[in-house]
Design a protein around this ligand. Structure first.
Ligand code: ACO
Length: 372
């Protein structure tokens, strides 16, 4: 008989790489071909023809809404736009130099305390929560962004779709149709991506019998790290610090020699071009052009091309986090707040996975090999 450790080592994957947590109908991610579908729809088609509100409904409910379902969904989101006052009050107690993500997470925790029925984790109760979480989170994230900029929160905008309202609340200004479209597309392309690290944190939490709000909070913690959602700020800063294309080229060459891990490049699943980048690039080129930031676009292309020329053979290409910071910057978000719009979007997928998992739930609890 073989010793137990030997048997276990055969099924042990560092970072749980290639392990399957379950079956899903939500997204198909093809890492070889660089393709992504939500509920059977091509990402490219949704980005071009849909909007975030509709895509969020699709991801959570499994089908595109009819007109009346869409109107009800938007109304539900609108009805929940005001989080409990305690969540806004706590903001005033926290210093302006607190990381925006920590402010937001703390506010959501406080808001969740005010849901009297949060102890009810029956499936029907969990299904009633996505619109409320999404809507509260929009107001809370916008308020956190205002706070770190030393500004008071901006009012909710009745009758606007999700992205337009969030931008106006976060940035406190009117936006052009183009600005709203670019941002909305970024929200669509990030809304779902299978069981990535943060989605697994959310799934693990819901599998224990916790409520959907706790699952989202768990996902937030997992997403915050620099290998995950935190990469967008670092990737942007790596582009913004150069004064010229030549300087950027030299920087890439030096970093390649050092064996630097470039934030915004590489992916656990994609070993080719990230389809989300392909969708976003034309929009980003346009908005940077509109803002007079052509040099930043040239620097991005240079860094992308030089890194991919050297590391593409290893399957390292620019990822969605390598590019979304350019949108957030062009719109006027402070870099410390870059994780927040990303979070607002990706939590749609987490909630869908949690609700899907609950239909046939088993507590997630992997083991470890004792080597002491
Ligand atoms: N820059 C340079 N080399 C890289 C990069 C990178 N960004 N990413 C991976 N590599 C190299 C590694 O050094 C390693 O090389 P080696 O085989 O010669 O040792 C090889 O590629 C494999 O790397 P792993 O870390 O094993 O790959 P993994 O699948 O675990 O990595 C990850 C995925 C964590 C995203 C990685 O690519 C990375 O650290 N990227 C930078 C951070 C980032 O952009 N994160 C956002 C990802 S998208 C998202 O989370 C939403």
């Amino acid at each position: 008989m073989r010793p137990i450790n030997e048997v276990l080592v055969q099924t042990y994957h560092r970072g749980l790489e290639n392990l399957i947590v379950g079956e899903t109908n939500i997204a198909k991610v093809d890492g070889e071909k660089g393709k992504l579908w939500y509920r059977g729809y091509h990402l490219e088609d949704l980005a071009e023809h849909s909007n975030f509100d509709e895509v969020a409904y699709l991801i959570i409910h499994g089908r595109l809404p009819t007109t009346s379902q869409f109107d009800r969904w938007c109304k539900e989101i609108e009805d929940w736009h005001e989080p409990p006052i305690e969540a806004m009050t706590v903001l005033g107690w926290l210093p302006e130099n607190t990381q925006a993500l920590m402010l937001y997470r703390t506010m959501l925790s406080v808001a969740a305390c005010q849901i009297p029925e949060s102890k009810n984790t029956r499936l029907d109760a969990q299904w009633r929560r996505p619109a409320r979480i999404l809507s509260w989170c929009s107001t809370l994230a916008a308020a956190a962004i205002c706070h770190i900029s030393g500004k008071a929160p901006n009012p909710y905008n009745q009758g606007k779709l999700f992205s337009a309202n969030f931008l106006m609340q976060a940035l406190g200004r009117e936006l052009t149709e183009n600005e709203i479209k670019v941002f909305d597309v970024s929200m669509i392309v990030l809304a779902e991506h299978g069981v990535h690290a943060a989605a697994l944190a959310a799934l693990t939490t819901i599998s224990t019998g916790a409520d959907l709000g706790s699952a989202v909070l768990a996902g937030m913690g997992a997403l915050s790290g620099k290998l995950h959602g935190g990469a967008n700020q670092l990737a942007f800063q790596n582009l913004k610090k150069h004064q010229s294309v030549d300087e950027a080229k030299e920087w890439v060459a030096n970093k390649l020699q050092e064996g630097y891990r470039f934030p915004g490049f590489g992916h656990r699943i994609y070993k080719t071009h990230d389809p989300r980048v392909k969708v976003l690039e034309p929009y980003i080129e346009q908005i940077l052009h509109d803002k007079g930031e052509n040099l930043l676009w040239d620097i991005y292309q240079t860094v992308r091309d030089d890194v991919e020329a050297e590391l593409g053979g290893k399957g390292i290409y620019v990822n969605a986090d390598g590019i979304t910071g350019l949108i957030y910057y062009a719109l006027g978000f402070p870099p410390d707040a870059f994780r927040l719009p990303t979070l607002l979007s990706v939590q749609v997928g987490w909630m869908a996975h949690c609700l899907e998992y609950l239909s046939d739930s088993k507590m997630i609890e992997p083991g470890a090999i004792y080597i002491g």
